[in-house]
Design a protein around this ligand. Structure first.
Ligand SMILES: Cc1cc2nc3c(=O)[nH]c(=O)nc-3n(C[C@H](O)[C@H](O)[C@H](O)COP(=O)(O)O)c2cc1C
Length: 192
C-alpha cells in the first residue's frame, strides 16, 4: 500500500494558477478552468506549454478539432469565470455568451477582461488515460494587467461556502471517474 497521506502532504504544499482555456472549431466555442498548465520550454524564442484536459470535456473536442487553444489568467474579481467555465459543461451551453471576447490570430477566442492571454498551437498529444496532455507551441501572448493571477489556494479562501461545496463535490466526482480510467489505462499499458 502506498503512503497516500505522505504523498498528499507533499503535493498539498503546491499552489497553481487557475487558467481559462478556450477553443473554437469554427461552429462551436467553449472553455474550461484548468490548473494543469505548465511552462514546458526554457528557450525564450520557443515558448511551449503542457496542458492536461480530461477527455470527456467539451473543450477537449474543440481543441482536437482545431489544433489550437488560448490560455487566460484571471484576477480575483473574476470568480464568476470559475463558476461559469469550471462548474458546468459546454455541451449545449455557450459559456462565452455575454462576455467580451474576440477571435485571435489562431482563431481561438480571447477574453478581453483577462489579466493576460497566450495563444497556442498543438505540437503533440499524449493519452494518459483520464486526460489528453497537449504539448503546444505558444505563438502569441499579451499581458494586459499587472494584477496578481488567481491561484487555487486563493480561490479556496475567496469562494462563498455554497460554491466551495459545489466545486469540491464536482472534483470528488471527477476524481472517481478519473481513477477508473487511469486503472484501465494502466492495465492496457502492460500490453503495449
Ligand atoms: C479549480 C478547478 C481546476 C480544474 N482543473 C482542470 C484541469 O486542469 N483539466 C481539466 O480537464 N479540467 C479541469 N477542471 C474541470 C473543468 O474546468 C470542468 O469540468 C469544466 O466544466 C469542463 O467544461 P467543458 O466540458 O465545457 O469543457 C477544473 C475545475 C476546477 C473548478
Amino acid at each position: 500500500m502506498r503512503p497516500v497521506q505522505d504523498i498528499n502532504a507533499v503535493l498539498a504544499q503546491l499552489d497553481r494558477e487557475l487558467w481559462v482555456v478556450t477553443a473554437a472549431d469554427g461552429k462551436q466555442r467553449g472553455g474550461l478552468i484548468a490548473t494543469f498548465v505548465s511552462q514546458a520550454s526554457i528557450v525564450p524564442e520557443m515558448p511551449r506549454v503542457l496542458v492536461g484536459i480530461a477527455k470527456q470535456h467539451h473543450t477537449r473536442k474543440l481543441i482536437d478539432a482545431s489544433g489550437v487553444f488560448a490560455l487566460h489568467l484571471l484576477e480575483e474579481t473574476k470568480l464568476e469565470w470559475v463558476w461559469r467555465f469550471g462548474l458546468q459543461s459546454g455541451h449545449g451551453v455557450d459559456k462565452l455568451a455575454g462576455l467580451a471576447w474576440q477571435l485571435g490570430a489562431t482563431a481561438s477566442p480571447l477574453l478581453s477582461e483577462a489579466l493576460a492571454w497566450l495563444e497556442c498551437r498543438v505540437e503533440a498529444r499524449f493519452d494518459t488515460g483520464d486526460r489528453t496532455v497537449y504539448l503546444a507551441e505558444v505563438v502569441a501572448g499579451k499581458k494586459i494587467s499587472a494584477a496578481k493571477p488567481l491561484t487555487f489556494r486563493h480561490l479556496l479562501q475567496l469562494a462563498p461556502p455554497e460554491r466551495l461545496a459545489q466545486m469540491k463535490a464536482l472534483l470528488v466526482r471527477d476524481a472517481h471517474a478519473d481513477a477508473l480510467v487511469i486503472e484501465r489505462w494502466r492495465e492496457g499499458a502492460k500490453d503495449r
